[in-house]
Design a protein around this ligand. Sequence first.
Ligand code: SF4
Length: 386
Amino acid sequence: MVTQPHHLYVHVPFCRLVCAYCDFVTVGGRAHDILRYTDALLHEIEARPAPGELRTIYFGGGTPSLLSGEQVGQVVQAAEVRWQHVALEEVTVEANPSERESPDWDGLRAAGVTRISLGVQSLRDEDLVTLARGHTAREARQAYAAARRAGFDNVSIDLIYGIPGQSPSDWRGVLEAALELRPDHLSCYALQLALQPDEWAAPPRPGALRWRNRVVPRQDDALAADQYRLAEEVLAGRGYRHYELSSWALPGRESRHNSAYWARRAYTGIGAGAHSYDGAAQRSWNTRDLDTYLEVAEMDECPVADAEVLNEQERAFEAIALGLRLVDGISRRAFEAEFRLDPVERYALALAETTRKGLIEVDGDAVRLSPTGRLLASEALISFAG
Ligand code: SF4
């Protein structure tokens, strides 16, 4: 019997400073609870089923690099003991490049971490001030160098564009500075602020809302679109393959964990607010509230807040929405094997409309966003939602 791949996401909500633009499940000023939280994660691993073959672990946040190498190692080890089948290909930890919270690089290496995702965001101090990031470009370079010195040969850098006051040439400068470091992987995200309250993973605090209200009118969508195109051009010129809307990688350095999400593989999410998916139709999510999470996990119970079962139509739409994130797009054959109909037939009207607008291309087996469609992915997707 073939054992299906499985993936583990570990959410660590603690941050030294909670950034005003952030919509993740985070808490500031609770670093004293990290020990207790790590213990709760171990309880949760015990309380959950451990299906399939564990292939990747991803510590996201929040700021998972606030955990010591030993604490990360305890979680990795507990997962390796809990899963009957383990063939780890990648263990990623997101890290913040600030001197005041310098990650335990050697400890992380010793814990079995193989990949670092560094939240650089910009290598231009003016941008970091606008974002109130709490670190400088110099600190980001130092953190990158320290990760390399500790022996990490797979380092990803996150960058943000569309920051008010950041011109296309400023952004080009940020990209060039990032490329000087020669990271294995780059994720470039548009600064997204103008979300509706029901889209917030966690409602922003009043101070953060005031900051957003000041910054949103200074954002310029056309400029951000130019910056995205610039990233595509500059990074392609340096050998980085654009494989997902926001992700570029040197050959073989694509994120295996995130690729599993886009391929709709099964994953277990542990920690406050973490989501899980059974690879078929069921999704569930943990309570976001840190205190509730700690109390429930400590009783050896699953801190699941709620779950939903997707019907066939929702699953097909999700296959489209996640598949179109990939630059290679959706395989018509794979879609047909799962949903018994070629997507070109099933979504004939949506495809007629989006191809006419130049947002989607159908090319042999592939249905994918066009270069223009990558800029207007949400608009393209709306046509498939009906
Ligand atoms: S952006 Fe990163 S560091 Fe800032 S609050 Fe969000 S998770 Fe924490």
